[in-house]
Write a protein of this length. Structure first.
Length: 295
């Protein structure tokens, strides 16, 4: 009887766990839809800023902008590692830390940590110089909050301590594919990468290009646009990371729910076998007792 009771208790526990994982998957799905909409909106706005940058893109303007020049005395690089604030998202954080560890082994990096999981990992496991940390970023992710990170990145680059600043994060490609990438954001290599592709270029030739009227010098306009462009780049990275996290959590909770269902099925089968064994034993005892009385 104890065995049957234990099995029933296990079935009940696994069913409760399945309810939780199913609910977490539904929450992650809702957050995924919201994050994707925000990412698409940010991409449209960022494209408009890129068009404005192209309209004032002059070689002399770029030459004297600090974001386009590597500090002369700098000897180290800064790696901005974007992890998550919460767990239960499969190999999301493990992939980031594995990629980051490999990068740090190859070159001399300080790290700027975004996300509670990355902060805990590098404070507990690794001996690296931490230039700063941001926790609980994704609980209320907004452009205003992301500006705190972008301003910190700009100030660290202004300090002249780092040759370059790179961001390591999960790049969202599609629902079924999110890859860990490392992109240099400062110094900006060139604004040539802002140019539209061939298809858009052909379309631009057919249509009349927009005419912009600026107040102030080209240098001041370009400087303000570049500052805003970096802010948009940072929020884009955070949105892509958040979206990838939700997708990974959806997949992890879906797999956990299926595993719980399989475990419940096997426990029910085990319960039925144990119950059948007890019934069979009782029948044998009754039959045996009856035979004994006959004798």
């Amino acid at each position: 009887m104890n065995n049957i009771k234990d099995i029933k208790d296990r079935i009940k526990s696994v069913r409760e766990i399945r309810k939780i994982t199913r609910a977490m998957k539904m929450v992650a799905t809702a957050k995924y839809t919201k994050s994707q909409n925000r990412l698409n909106e940010n991409a449209l706005y960022r494209k408009k800023i890129e068009d404005l940058l192209l309209s004032v893109n002059q070689e002399v303007v770029r030459r004297y902008n600090p974001f386009f020049n590597t500090p002369v005395k700098a000897r180290k690089k800064l790696l901005v590692i974007v992890s998550s604030d919460k767990g239960l998202c499969g190999g999301f954080n493990a992939n980031i830390s594995r990629f980051a560890d490999k990068r740090i082994e190859e070159e001399s990096y300080d790290v700027l940590l975004i996300g509670k999981k990355g902060v805990l990992y590098y404070k507990r496991e690794k001996t690296v110089d931490i230039a700063g940390e941001f926790k609980d970023v994704f609980s209320k992710l907004s452009f205003k909050n992301s500006q705190k990170i972008s301003e910190a990145v700009k100030q660290l680059f202004y300090s002249g301590k780092y040759q370059s600043i790179e961001m390591l994060f999960h790049h969202f490609e599609s629902m079924g594919r999110q890859t860990v990438v490392c992109e240099q954001i400062l110094p900006i290599l060139d604004t040539d990468n802002l140019k539209p592709d061939d298809e858009k270029s052909e379309q631009g030739k057919k249509e009349n290009p927009p005419v912009y009227v600026y107040e102030g010098s080209a240098e001041s306009v370009f400087g303000n646009l570049i500052n805003h462009f970096i802010d948009l780049k940072v929020i884009q990275v955070l949105l892509e990371s958040e979206l990838s996290e939700h997708i990974t959590r959806m997949n992890a909770m879906d797999a956990a729910t299926k595993n719980a269902s399989d475990l419940i099925d096997s426990l029910i089968l085990e319960y039925n076998r144990a119950r059948q064994s007890i019934i069979t034993t009782e029948i044998i005892e009754i039959v045996g007792g009856s035979e004994a009385l006959k004798k």
